[in-house]
Unconditional design. Structure first.
Lengths: 169, 328
């Protein structure tokens, strides 16, 4: 049993109670992913598994057997160049304390793929046609699973808006 | 979290065989069960992971749709056939939880998710007959803003939290099951039980039985359908009241109508009284109001949730107005 995290293969823990979040933070030292509510309410622990954003706190590590996991540690390029969305978060001050930021960034990067695939959201007017352009309302709805207690949401939405408009990621 | 055995099943036969060997719970995405295990509200001796069973969405010979139980919620919501032929289902799923949770949660797990009643979750400090039969219900005289106005009992007034199931109730979905004694199917409307004297028994599932698929019939009312959810914040919150409805109007009369309510009962609540008032009649706002009044006449509220009666009426009228264009 093994799991691939940011391109590197790791063995799964023997104790099946270990969550993917605890595996990352406590066993592998990948502390970029954050522990928030630990019950699926805040999104701070968001990671990307096989291309889909999920909550690592509610995922048993054993459930990710054979999957490819991307965490915030894997978003920058090999030479240390930040992901364009990370740059955009800095530019638009999409953070204050920074605790929710790794989850916000992982969530938004996977969200862009959902958006470009044409997946609808609850606020998409025409379900059959899919989202009609990038609107703040669409971004806010699609990012509602990531809370920011500092209230940096406006900067977060602007950072994502810029990324979507710029065609990156 | 208490220790448990974990096995992953590759297919249905293996899942049934593992579950048949001893007490076990099936694990889908884990978004509800893992949380309940962490809180020590559920402590299964074994988990049988069925989240990697083949999950497909396929047309049925009679023009309906068969959705595998292991299909993730977001995949159902984004599927072209669901978006065009069952829009209320797509919209209901998208109204629930967050994108991350919808990416994890399976159809079978969504149907089996347990109430979000705060007293059910508060194992350390509250009485709950669902969690501990005979302990009492702290919600009845407690903070019951989120609780039921239909179908409750003196032992439990918790609501079923699913949005998806409200659409499935309106669509008259069929739940396909497999167990040691073979396969059977149950209408979704009969799948969940009302609490009565045994709020701890929530469904008609037999020990070891597995949900394998849900089946939807085709209809013009399903294609002309909507879901509206009213909640304390505009996203990522459970329903105070939700309405799934589909209407077919022919020659100026309502030929077919299906309405189900969420956030108001221990199970997805099919509004059959309202449907009876509407069927065969011209779609007018006055008729929608009469239908909503008739349905809510049987509601019984508690100190904190009397507002749900008026809210449910207005939401029914609004959704029917949008669907028919009558007095919208």
């Amino acid at each position: 049993m093994a799991i691939v995290i940011n391109g590197i293969e790791y063995p799964l823990p023997d104790d099946v109670r270990i969550s993917l979040l605890d595996l990352l933070r406590e066993r592998l030292g990948l502390t970029g992913t954050k522990l928030g509510c630990n019950q699926g309410g805040c999104g701070a622990c968001t990671v990307i598994v096989d291309g889909a954003r999920v909550l690592s706190c509610l995922t048993l590590a054993v459930q990710a057997d054979g999957r490819e996991v991307q965490t915030i540690e894997g978003m920058a390029a090999q030479d240390g160049q930040l992901h364009p969305l990370q740059e955009s978060f800095i530019e638009h001050e999409g953070l204050q304390c920074g605790y929710c930021t790794p989850g916000q960034i992982c969530s938004a990067i996977a969200m862009v793929a959902e958006f470009r695939r044409g997946d609808p959201s609850y606020v998409t007017a025409d379900l059959a046609r899919g989202p009609n352009g990038v609107t703040r309302q669409e971004i806010r709805e699609r990012m509602s699973g990531n809370l920011c207690r500092c209230g940096a949401h406006n900067g977060i939405v602007e950072a994502i808006e810029e990324m979507l408009a710029g065609g990156v990621a | 979290m208490r220790p448990f055995d974990y096995r992953r099943a590759a297919d249905q036969t293996e899942a049934l065989s593992i579950a048949g060997a001893g007490p076990a719970r099936y694990l889908g995405g884990g978004t509800n069960l893992v949380d309940l295990m962490r809180q020590n509200i559920e402590a299964p001796a074994a988990l049988v992971d069925v989240s990697r069973l083949p999950g497909t969405i396929a047309d049925t010979p009679n023009g309906g749709l068969m959705i595998g139980a292991a299909v993730r919620n977001n995949v159902v919501a984004a599927h072209p056939a669901v978006r065009t032929r069952y829009p209320m289902l797509s919209r209901a799923i998208l109204a629930g939880a967050s994108a991350q949770i919808r990416n994890m949660a399976t159809v079978g797990g969504n149907i089996l998710q347990r109430t979000r009643c705060a007293y059910f979750y508060d194992a350390a400090g509250s009485c709950c007959n669902k969690r501990e039969p005979g302990a009492g219900c702290d919600a009845i005289d407690g903070f019951n803003r989120y609780h039921a106005i239909f179908g409750a009992s003196e032992h439990c007034i918790a609501t079923h939290p699913s949005d998806m199931c409200v659409a499935l109730a309106a669509l008259g979905a069929t739940v396909h099951l497999a167990g040691a004694a073979g396969e059977r199917s149950v209408p979704l409307l009969d799948f969940h039980r009302l609490p009565g004297d045994h709020p701890e028994i929530e469904t008609v599932l037999r020990p070891g039985e597995l949900i394998t698929a849900i089946e939807l019939a085709s209809s013009p009312a399903a294609a002309n359908s909507r879901y509206r959810k009213v909640r304390d914040r505009s996203s990522y919150a459970f329903a105070l009241v939700s309405v799934a409805a589909g209407v077919e109007v022919a020659a100026g009369k309502i030929a077919d109508v299906r309405i189900a309510l969420g956030g108001v009962a221990p199970k997805p609540w099919r509004a059959t009284t309202a449907e009876g008032v509407l069927r065969g009649q011209a779609p007018t706002k006055a008729r929608f109001l009469a239908a909503a009044d008739a349905e809510l006449a049987a509601a019984k509220s508690f100190e904190g949730n009397a507002f749900k009666i008026e809210l449910a009426k207005r939401t029914i009228v609004a959704v029917l107005g949008e669907l028919t264009g009558a007095d919208a």
